[in-house]
Design a binder for this molecule. Structure first.
Ligand code: PEP
Ligand code: MG
Length: 565
């Protein structure tokens, strides 16, 4: 028995046999070709490109989640990128490189540029470029694709790495779990595993050395353990844990269609967080009372180009129509920090989370903000739009955001373009400085929503994405609960709507505490809804109020957690 450790990115226990995935390895010629062979080589290049495009189009038809089809569409964009085409053709005709060498050089140069930015998300885009390159090289070599879209039996997939396009077409009913040597929390693979709800452990070093074909394996997507060739006792213990996990899931599922309320019938509005308005992503979310967070940056990140006003308008209109008359809280662009756009390089910053991020970036790049506000306001006639600005740190910021909105309204008026007169204006509370003047903020906005993910990182001074300081990023730190309690009191006093849309809102231990503090709205990923409904239904409001008091009076995160448990 060998136990390896990685990063658990999607919880659940998977027990099964390993299937090792070994992709095509190209053998690139380093020769040059003769001048008279150039036209023939250009034809070979075009044929391999066309074959790659038609493979991707066929894959697009097979995909069934927004994340996977977004990846395929980015790959199609990359493959059809005119600058790549121009460079490859130039190398074939002028330097007389064979097409594989020319494509390898071109794609590698672009990928290297992205990687040198020292940014995780751009590095992921470099992985997309290499994925596209490998597809081209395989077609150039005339080899068939080793596809993961049809597996003969249920297995746990093990690989050095799984490329986005490979994962996007996964034969999901036969994949019990995923384990790789490469990848982390923000990788495409992690996002896809979560959206497929497949237990996954990534970043397991030494995996490919120890794993063998058809070897029995257990992986725990919660704590990141991967046990190869488990002994009988370990297997029995993990089977019991798996059964407990599935039993809890089934119990909670019964609450999915019940309204959110405490045991003594105090109603709560429970919302859903979304990242797009594609039908696959919206499916099932109609059970939510509202959309508490539409992370619009995914629209930008999943595209190969800056989304136009028209593209954004269509996306926002779809979401507004789908939920009308329920509110859709559309968060304006939250780029910077750990999120970036491959086609819109930003200057390097020493501390990007403390830098020109989200609203600050929109103030520097007014055109981006203006386009988004125009699209959102135009879409507002189709439903109930609540517009929310992230990373607000002062009343000056609030006023600047309002001015920008007023300018866009005036522009639309001048162009006689209709928009709703009832769009709500709100902010995210995720910077401690704004949380501590919540009484003043409540006078300035129609609503607010607390982003506990960032509020926690700024309060504890611990980077939310850095595993090296994970022990300092304490989501149950009593300071965070005290700040939340203060914000809740201010908004209750002002009688303005207040929500939580960070992870804490969908945390089955913390959500009842937030309800006890007076939060009447909580927004979360769809998969958390049944657990939160179940947790709220288990206690009366007076019990939750005492719980909230005890949690705020705790001295440590551990003490707070013990109260909640
Ligand atoms: C948050 O910070 O809590 C939040 C909801 O925003 P994001 O996680 O997208 O930064
Ligand atoms: Mg945030």
């Amino acid at each position: 028995m060998i136990t390896l450790k990685g990063k658990g990115v999607c919880s659940g226990i998977a027990i099964g046999e390993i299937e090792i995935y070994r992709p095509f390895i190209p053998n690139i010629s380093q020769e040059t070709i003769r001048q008279e062979d150039v036209p023939g080589e250009l034809q070979r290049y075009e044929a391999a490109m066309a074959a790659s495009c038609s493979e991707l189009s066929a894959l697009e038809a097979l995909t069934d989640t927004p994340e996977s089809s977004a990846i395929i569409s980015v790959h199609l964009d990359l493959l059809n990128d005119p600058s790549i085409d121009e460079s490859v053709r130039g190398l074939i005709t002028e330097s007389r490189f064979p097409a594989d060498r020319a494509a390898d050089l071109t794609f590698e140069q672009s990928a290297g540029l992205l990687e040198s930015c020292g940014d995780d998300i751009l590095a992921e885009r470099a992985a997309d470029l290499r994925d596209v390159k490998r597809r081209f090289l395989r077609n150039y070599a005339g080899e068939k694709e080793a596809s993961l879209s049809r597996l003969s039996r249920p297995v746990i997939l093990a690989a050095h790495d799984l490329l986005p396009s490979e994962t996007a077409v996964l034969d999901r009913k036969n994949v019990l779990g995923i384990v790789t040597e490469i990848g982390g929390m923000t990788s495409h693979l992690a996002i896809l595993a979560k959206s497929y709800d497949i237990p996954a452990v990534l970043g397991v070093s030494g995996l490919m050395e120890s794993a063998e074909e058809a070897m029995p394996v257990i992986l725990n997507g919660g704590d990141g353990r991967v046990i190869l060739a488990p002994d009988g006792d370990t297997r029995r213990a993990m089977e019991a844990e798996q059964a407990r996990h599935l039993w809890e899931k089934a119990l909670a599922a019964e609450f999915m269609d019940k309204p959110g309320a405490t045991a003594d019938g105090v109603p709560l509005q429970l919302g859903v967080n979304i990242g797009s308005s594609r039908p696959e992503e919206l499916e099932g979310t109609e059970r939510a009372d509202y959309v508490g967070l539409f992370r619009t940056e995914f629209l930008y990140m999943n595209s190969g180009h800056m989304p136009t006003e028209e593209e954004q308008f269509e996306a926002y209109k779809k979401a507004l129509l789908f939920y009308a008359p329920r509110p859709v809280t559309l968060r304006t662009l939250d780029i910077g920090g750990d999120k970036s756009l491959p086609y819109y390089p930003l200057p390097h910053e020493e501390n990007p989370f403390l830098g020109c991020r989200a609203f600050r970036l929109c103030m520097e790049h007014r055109e981006l903000f203006r386009t988004q506000l125009r699209a959102a306001l135009r879409a507002s006639v189709y439903g109930n739009l609540w517009l929310m600005i992230p990373m607000i740190g002062s009343l000056d910021d609030i006023r600047r955001a309002k001015e920008a909105l007023a300018e866009v309204r005036a522009e639309l008026d001048a162009e006689r373009i209709p928009y709703s007169g009832d769009v709500k204006f709100g902010i995210m509370i995720e910077v401690p400085a704004i949380a501590l003047i919540a009484d003043k903020v409540a006078q300035e906005v129609d609503f607010a929503s607390v982003g506990t993910n960032d509020l926690c990182q700024y309060l504890t001074a611990a980077d939310r994405g850095n595993p090296g300081v994970a022990q300092y990023y304490q989501s149950y730190h009593p300071a965070l609960f005290r700040v939340l309690c203060y914000v809740s009191e201010c908004f209750q006093q002002a009688q303005k709507p207040l929500s939580v849309c960070g992870e804490l809102g969908g945390d089955r231990l913390a959500a009842p505490v937030l309800a006890g503090m007076g939060f009447q709205k909580l927004s979360m990923p769809l998969s958390s809804l049944p657990y939160v409904k179940q947790a709220l239904a288990g206690r009366t409001m007076p019990q939750l109020q005492s719980l909230a008091e005890a949690v705020c009076a705790s001295a440590t995160a551990e003490e707070a957690e013990n109260c909640m448990r």
